[in-house]
Write a protein of this length. Structure first.
Length: 307
């Protein structure tokens, strides 16, 4: 086991598999303490004894539960405070908004957006009291680049990204750092465990580009070694370095967003070009909608206040 210069206590949601598990193991290997959240901690402990062997502790935590805030607050109290919160739990729900029923939509928003809020409401009081902490959001490139048939994954991820940005402004005076990880695909079970509409895909949907996307996803599931280069172990290591300001994260302590994966780099570049083009084309129209002769900056004062 490694030795962190300053051991921190981490709380990681969705730690029973995939990227959550990888981050838990990387943090433990770096000498940190880890509270590993899982919906079924008994099964997780049996499948991954290396977590407890490394000093980690499992916590029964289903972020869709209304008890999440209290469960997290109790875990933080028992640990004597928390230094790092990683909101990682979530799932991919495919399907167009016409095909998904209300229950599916609410469930996806509940886990992917409201879940992280519940976790933060349980952890933030301790962080503010201690005047320190780091909040890491494991987001997705699909919160920045639209994925056909993925609205109920893209939208909560985009909302969570904005939440992190707002928290950055709200919590900076408490020395609490917020970090957004805009991740591409990694070789985990996220696609295998994704959910589809209970009523299936309509013929209309399958005659659109959605069918092509679903076909590509099928290839990724069947042959991840060929199509998915992302290494979860390296993902976990980079997260620890970013939080600790060590390794590849050294000198990047003030950065609040990181792209993970070559696919994330490519898709974000496409989106940023579109935004830049739209900005340039909109300048004249934007300035034309004010009252004649009005010179006050309006909402620009908000950006001035927070830099």
């Amino acid at each position: 086991m490694g030795s962190a210069s300053t051991s921190k206590t981490w709380l990681i949601t969705g730690a029973s598999q995939g990227l959550g598990l990888a981050m838990a193991l990387s943090a433990l290997n770096a000498g940190h303490k880890v509270i590993a959240g899982a919906r079924n901690p008994q099964a997780a402990a049996k499948s991954h004894p290396e977590v407890e062997a490394g000093g980690g502790k499992w916590l029964e935590l289903d972020v869709s539960s209304t008890k999440t805030k209290d469960i997290v607050a109790k875990a933080v109290e028992d640990a004597g405070g928390i230094d790092v919160v990683v909101n990682n739990a979530g799932y991919f729900l495919s399907g167009t908004i016409e095909e998904l029923d209300e229950n599916e939509i609410h469930a996806a928003m509940d886990v992917n957006f409201l879940g992280p809020i519940r976790v933060l409401k349980g952890a933030l009081p301790s962080m503010r009291a201690r005047n320190s902490g780091t909040i890491v959001s494991i987001s997705s490139i699909f919160g920045f680049y639209p994925c056909p048939a993925g609205a109920l994954y893209c939208c909560p991820k985009a909302a969570h990204d904005m939440l992190q940005n707002v928290l950055s402004a709200e919590l900076s005076s408490f020395n609490i750092r917020t970090v957004i990880i805009t991740a591409g695909l990694y070789r985990t079970n996220v696609l295998v465990n994704s959910k589809q509409p209970v009523n299936g895909f309509s013929e209309t949907t399958m005659s659109t580009p959605v069918a092509q996307v679903l076909g590509e996803v099928g290839k990724f599931i069947q042959n991840p070694e060929e199509h998915i280069p992302g290494d979860p172990g390296k993902f976990g290591n980079r997260i620890v370095e970013i939080v600790d300001g060590s390794g590849m994260g050294k000198g990047l302590e003030k950065n609040s967003r990181f792209l993970f994966g070559r696919d994330a780099l490519k898709m974000s570049g496409i989106t940023m070009k579109g935004l830049t083009d739209s900005f340039k084309l909109s300048e004249g129209i934007a300035a034309s909608t004010d009252f004649e002769g009005h010179t006050a900056p309006g909402v620009a004062t908000v950006s001035d206040m927070f830099g």
